[in-house]
Design a protein around this ligand. Sequence first.
Ligand SMILES: Cc1cc2nc3c(=O)[nH]c(=O)nc-3n(C[C@H](O)[C@H](O)[C@H](O)COP(=O)(O)OP(=O)(O)OC[C@H]3O[C@@H](n4cnc5c(N)ncnc54)[C@H](O)[C@@H]3O)c2cc1C
Length: 413
Amino acid sequence: MQRSGSDVSVLVVGGGLAGCTAALELEAAGADVVVLDAGPSLMQGASRFNEGKVHLGYVYANDDSERTLRLMLAGAMEFAAILDRHLPVPLRGLPVSPPFDYAVHPATMVPPSDLARRYRRIETEMERLGVHGAHDDYLGLERVRQLRRCATDEQLPPALGADACIAAFATEERAVEPFAVADGVIAAVERSRIDVRCSVVVDAVERINGRYWAVTALGRIGPFDSVINASWASRDRLDRTVGIVSTDPWSYRFKYFLRVRKDGLGDIIPTVTWALGPFGDVLTYGADTAYLSWYPAGRVSFATSEAPPPTVSPRPDRDTAAAVTADILAGLAQLVPAIASIDPVHDDVEIWGGVIVGVGATDIDDPDSGLHRRDNIGIVSVGDYHSISTGKWTTAPMLGRRAAEVVLYGVAP
Ligand SMILES: Cc1cc2nc3c(=O)[nH]c(=O)nc-3n(C[C@H](O)[C@H](O)[C@H](O)COP(=O)(O)OP(=O)(O)OC[C@H]3O[C@@H](n4cnc5c(N)ncnc54)[C@H](O)[C@@H]3O)c2cc1C
């Protein structure tokens, strides 16, 4: 059923990148939109506290089906086009990382020759999509290089330590500074007609006489014609209140990372992801801001659907902060010697974290874990209730826009 935007009232639960994109698209079509968020303001969850990598699929090389890489490429190619319709500053005007090298860790679970074959499929898929040469699709950036394997010492990224990798691949992939994106989204919502109510936890959604209500500790809020559930870590729990019962083994990993600000970091910190396993990433956005992540130290909890995680603050307490910061720096200094020059006490080092939701009963050190794929993402609907399984920041704008289309047109065109 096609609806005129002005005829429809929509509740969006969750003001992260998926929920805000859906809300902005609906508001632009004339809908009356209310966003309820448990946080103190919008964009204070995983959509702010993340790495900002706009994935092309390299991290999911263990998914032989290619479904994850197709979804990541689709999300990546729409990322800037969707956000640029709403954000006050176009994405290309925000700090963007240099292109990523994928360094193959000595303990990789997939050997470099297999990675080379799998990575080449990404390149082939990009060419099939017509993404080659100068183009405007991927973040609006000109393509600067193509996949290249660096196997000799001279070609390996020079900032890496002697035992940091056994091969490396130069890729096109980049990250956009996620705090700047989050601030841009907030500014876009603020200048719209969207009714935002924060510090409101939605415990359930009820359908009464064909219309929907949010159930909160302060009473019911509604009624609405449609609901979009974009609540990420609460999604499965809220879906159950309207009868959508997933049999997938959802897991919730809480991961901390460091943000370091110091003059000249861009000259000494490379932009690298270690493949493939429970390793980490280092990168810079601009000359003086770095993102540092070391999975063995930063991934502090792993919860499953049976025992979902309690709400965790994005900032740890003082003792946890000191211990995890020291462990992340020590783990990464083995791979990038320049990281030893970062002083956690005197330099500007912040620790932040967020929940990663995925389908997988075991962690990523298990090659068979479902967490090596993100093909179980998309929109699940019952009646006029639509639930977004976001998957990644990369796919959040694409799925937020699709959810808005489902509300307006019945299906995504
Ligand atoms: C450390 C880290 C690094 C990451 N790096 C990357 C990366 O580089 N690239 C990438 O593509 N992805 C990355 N991700 C994943 C990415 O951040 C998420 O997939 C994405 O941000 C999810 O967006 P969202 O809008 O669905 O969720 P969120 O941004 O979490 O938004 C959900 C919102 O719902 C609200 N909420 C929750 N429960 C309720 C409730 N009951 N009632 C009301 N409101 C509620 C929350 O307050 C929150 O604001 C990373 C994640 C983490 C944690």
